[in-house]
Design a protein around this ligand. Structure first.
Ligand code: AMP
Length: 283
C-alpha cells in the first residue's frame, strides 16, 4: 500500500489502473480511523479492484469555534489500519495541496437542507463537505464511493449532489458501526471522559426505546421524539436536536406517522464539550 500526498501523483497512479479496466473505490475520511471507517474500507475492498482511502481534515467544513485544531491526527496508524483491511492507496494531501489559492471561490452547496438539522448549528459545514467530496471524486476518478449512515444528512446530500450534477460515480451507504455498548463509533468519542462516555450511551438507548415503541405500534411523532430527548436529558446530555424525518427527502414529520412512512430519527447532543450525532431508521 502506498501513501500519496500530491494530487498529480494520485492521478498518475490511478489513471493506468483505470485504463486497464480496474474499478476504483474511494473512502473519504478525516482520519483517526476506527472500525466504522474500517467497515467502509472493507466494503470498497470487496466491491472494487482498487481502494483509495483519503485522509484529509478539511478546514472549510469546520466553523470558527469548532474542533479543527484538536481533532485527532495519526496518519501512520491510519495507513496501517487501511493497509490491514486491503486498501491500495492512502491519499493524504496537505491543506495547501487541496486549496492552493486559499479558501475556494467555487463552492458546491445545496439550497434546501444545508441550513437544517446539523446544518442549522454548523453554518457552512455542508458546503464544505460537498465541495471537498466533489474535489475528491474529480481527483480520484473513482467509480464507487463509500459513506457511513452515521452521518445521515451528509450521505443524503452526497447522493443528491451526485444525481443533481451527474457525477459518474456510485454511492454506497454503510450501516452505522457501534460499540457493544451501543455507542456509535466516532473519532470524536476520544474527547469524552469516562463518565461522559457512559452518559452518552443515552443517545443510542433513547433511539432504541423509540424503535421499540414504534414496533409496538406507537405512531405519535412527539412521543417518539420525547423518548429520545428524555433519555439524553436524564443523563446530563444537552440536546441540540432530535427530529423525526422522512428517509426520502429528510423533511420533518409532525402529528402521527402513516403506515407507508419511512422514517429516520436524527439526533445531535452534547456531553460535556463533545458534540455527538446518531440516528435510527424505523421501517
Ligand atoms: P469522518 O472521518 O468522521 O469524516 O468519517 C468518514 C466516513 O466514515 C463518513 O462517511 C462517515 O459517515 C463514516 N463513519 C464514521 N463513523 C462511522 C460509524 N460509526 N459507522 C459507519 N460509518 C461511519
Amino acid at each position: 500500500m502506498q501513501v500519496i500526498k500530491s494530487i498529480d501523483a494520485l492521478r498518475e497512479a490511478l489513471k493506468p489502473l483505470a485504463k486497464q479496466g480496474k474499478t476504483i473505490g474511494l473512502v473519504p475520511t478525516m482520519g483517526a480511523l476506527h472500525d466504522g471507517h474500517g467497515a467502509l474500507i472493507k466494503a470498497s475492498v470487496k466491491d472494487c479492484d482498487v481502494t483509495v482511502v483519503s485522509v484529509f481534515l478539511n478546514p472549510i467544513q469546520f466553523g470558527k469555534n469548532e474542533d479543527l485544531d484538536k481533532y485527532p491526527k495519526r496518519l501512520e496508524a491510519d495507513a496501517k489500519l487501511a493497509e490491514s483491511i486491503g486498501a491500495d492507496f492512502v491519499f493524504a494531501p496537505s491543506v495547501a495541496e487541496m486549496y492552493p489559492d486559499g479558501d475556494p471561490l467555487t463552492l458546491v452547496r445545496d439550497e434546501t437542507l444545508e441550513g437544517m438539522y446539523c446544518g442549522a448549528y454548523r453554518p457552512g459545514h455542508f458546503r464544505g463537505v460537498l465541495t471537498v467530496v466533489s474535489k475528491l471524486f474529480l481527483i480520484s476518478g473513482a467509480d464507487h464511493a463509500y459513506f457511513g449512515e452515521k452521518d445521515y444528512q451528509q450521505v443524503f446530500l452526497i447522493e443528491r449532489m451526485v444525481r443533481d450534477l451527474n457525477f459518474d460515480i456510485k454511492i454506497h451507504r454503510v450501516k452505522i458501526v457501534r460499540e457493544a455498548s451501543g455507542l456509535a463509533l466516532s473519532s470524536r468519542n476520544e474527547y469524552l471522559t469516562d463518565v461522559e462516555r457512559k452518559q452518552a450511551l443515552s443517545i443510542s438507548e433513547g433511539l432504541k426505546l423509540a424503535k421499540q415503541a414504534f414496533e409496538d405500534g406507537e405512531r405519535r411523532v412527539s412521543f417518539l421524539r420525547d423518548l429520545v430527548i428524555k433519555s439524553i436529558l436524564a443523563n446530563r446530555g444537552q440536546v441540540q436536536f432530535v427530529e423525526v424525518v422522512n428517509q426520502k427527502d429528510l423533511q420533518k414529520f409532525a402529528g402521527a406517522l402513516q403506515p407507508e412512512d419511512k422514517v429516520v430519527i436524527l439526533v445531535a447532543a452534547f456531553f460535556g464539550k463533545t458534540r455527538l450525532i446518531d440516528n435510527i431508521e424505523l421501517n
